[in-house]
Design a protein around this ligand. Structure first.
Ligand code: ZN
Length: 266
């Protein structure tokens, strides 16, 4: 049995033309999990599955490009015809509307209330989803999927996340957003697939660093001994050939560039 990872959005904090920010659909047996839900992701998710079939959304950190489409997703769960208790719009009515788990870092409940409180809908997200804040020391289970966490250095509290399955031996490591450091290297040691951000055309020259270049991303894959490295969180305004060359130089072997709709199996 294999775990399937589908790229729904791979843009950095602004969308590619026609693209979406961070969002990855992970399927394993009957389990369906959305990893991050950035702007544009909800529409992309709908091209692959019914959003009511999703078991959980798991959030790496509370930045706009990883959470903003929780807003339209929450509206759909609240107002869509198929979610109503009485027959409407061709749907038969349901006593058990979908309420996926929303598994997010500490502080998420407050953050979401402030976000949708901007227009007076404080409870929108926590009403639509079954919200839980995860303990990064614990393992989260969603069906056959197991997620474990490692804090990585970024501008806000951020967790890299490793996925394994009760059905197989594959390991998938998502680096989230991360500046260069040893945390991700140790966490991703010998992983089968490392999805690593490569946001920057060059290292930040002022202030705190928060992201990586393609060369740095590849270097993290090499140091971790990852079997396969895919660069993500990368703009369509950055030259793809340059990014692949830089990443592969760092990795010492060809890396891949995440493209929307691509499917990886581990
Ligand atoms: Zn971020």
């Amino acid at each position: 049995m294999t775990m399937r990872i589908t790229v729904l959005g791979k843009s950095p904090s602004w969308q590619d033309a026609g693209g979406a920010c961070s969002g990855y659909l992970i399927e394993d047996g009957d389990a369906r999990l959305l990893l991050d839900c950035g702007n544009g992701v909800f529409a992309k998710l709908r091209q692959h599955i019914q959003y009511t079939e999703l078991d959980a959304v798991l959030i790496s950190h509370l930045h706009a490009d990883h959470i903003l489409d929780l807003v339209p997703f929450a509206y759909a769960l609240t107002y869509a015809p198929r979610q109503q208790p009485v027959p409407v719009g061709g749907y038969p009515g349901t006593d058990s509307p979908a309420r996926p788990r929303l598994i997010a870092p500490g502080g998420a409940a407050r953050c979401f209330r402030r976000l949708v409180g901007a227009w007076g809908s404080e409870e929108l997200i926590e009403s639509a989803f079954a919200l839980e804040e995860y303990d990064p020391e614990a393992t989260v289970e969603v069906g056959s999927l197991r997620a474990r966490f490692q804090e990585v250095p970024h501008f806000t509290t951020t967790y890299a996340i490793e996925f394994t399955s009760a059905n197989g031996d594959g390991r998938f490591t998502y680096g989230a957003d991360c500046r260069p450091g040893d945390e991700l290297v140790e966490f991703a040691r010998d992983t089968d697939l490392l999805l690593v951000e490569a946001t920057l055309p060059r290292p930040e020259r002022t202030g705190h660093r928060g992201h990586m270049t393609p060369g740095e991303a590849g270097d993290h894959g090499r140091r971790a001994g990852a079997k396969r490295v895919v660069l993500t969180h990368i703009s369509d305004e950055l030259d793809a050939d340059w990014a692949l060359r830089e990443g592969s130089d760092g990795f010492g072997a060809p890396v891949e560039l995440a493209v929307e709709g691509a499917v990886y199996e581990v």
